[in-house]
Design a protein around this ligand. Structure first.
Ligand code: TPP
Ligand code: MG
Length: 278
């Protein structure tokens, strides 16, 4: 188990490096990509099963399109995207979008308009079960999206249909575009709200690999309801020098942070983990 955890920590560190490498070109949602790297590592490299054809048997639905940077960072690590392509993100005429549309590799839905993933992934989970598939559906959405009514319609449907093949993941980072969610429009108590809607609700930090492995396993063991992993991440989690420099940025401008300092810090983490991973 220790080796499994160290390997996933190393993968998470490499995802963080990829996120900085991509975002330093033209800015981006770097703080979220960095904070979500542990979730991405466990999800893509441990939890979701392969389909035998170079892709995944299980499905990942990204609801908050701007968190695509997490998926890009992970799929660069798995070899599905090339870093040289990802570095062109947001370039005029380029094909790599900051908030991708349905059909681009890794993205099941068009998610620039927030709040749609919980219902669309519930529909997907329902359809997969209807067809007799054992594929699981994972859907990431954010605390900002919890302020939208459509989210709760999807959650209600998922609970009513007992979609145990569906696992929601909430990036509960107390941040949205205009400031702290707790100041703009408080979404707490998130755990109790999902439990009241009939979901198996698990609250974790979202940045501890062992805890994430356990939480996903727990979600898989529930057979009569959907699960939700509420992850209390904080922007820039995992790279201290950037967390201190710019704790509150929803969007990181190219000139806003010292990318070299961030890359140096994560570079040392990667080197240390490479030293212990077999
Ligand atoms: C339906 C909709 N309303 C508003 C927006 C504009 N918008 C883009 S990102 C964002 C913040 C949402 O909060 P969250 O996803 O929690 O932000 P983060 O934690 O990633 O900073 C908003 C309001 C949008 N894309 N779609
Ligand atoms: Mg947020």
């Amino acid at each position: 188990m220790d080796d499994r955890i160290r390997k996933l920590e190393l993968t998470a560190a490499r995802i963080r490096r990829n996120v900085l490498d991509i975002c330093r070109q033209r800015g981006g949602y770097a703080a979220q990509g960095v904070a979500l790297a542990d979730i991405a590592s466990v999800l893509y490299f441990d939890e979701m099963r392969a389909d035998g054809n170079g892709w995944f048997h299980d499905r990942f639905v990204l609801s908050n399109g701007h968190d695509a940077i997490m998926t890009y960072g992970a799929l660069a690590e798995s070899g599905h995207y090339k870093m040289e392509d990802l570095r062109t993100i947001n370039e005029d005429g380029g094909w790599v979008d900051q908030s991708p549309i349905e059909g681009q590799l890794g993205f099941e839905i068009t998610a620039g308009s927030l709040g749609q993933g919980p219902s669309q992934s519930a529909g997907l989970a329902w359809a997969l079960r209807h067809r007799g598939s054992d594929a699981r559906v994972y859907c990431l959405f954010s605390d900002g999206e919890l302020q939208e009514g459509n989210v709760w319609e999807g959650v209600m449907f998922a609970a009513h249909q007992k979609l145990s093949n569906l696992c929601y993941i909430v990036d509960n980072n107390d941040m949205q575009a205009s400031g702290h969610a707790s100041n703009v429009m408080n979404v707490e108590p998130v755990h109790d709200k999902f439990a009241a809607f009939g979901l198996h609700s698990i609250r974790i930090s979202g940045t501890d690999i062992a805890e994430l492995i356990d939480a996903f396993a727990q979600a898989r063991s529930v057979t009569d309801k959907p699960s939700v992993l509420i992850c209390d991440t904080r922007l820039w989690d995992g790279i201290d020098c950037l967390q201190e420099a710019l704790p509150m940025a929803h969007y990181t401008a190219k000139t806003a942070v010292d990318w070299d300092a961030g890359l140096a810090e994560i570079g040392s983490v990667i080197a240390a983990l490479e030293g212990v991973v077999g």
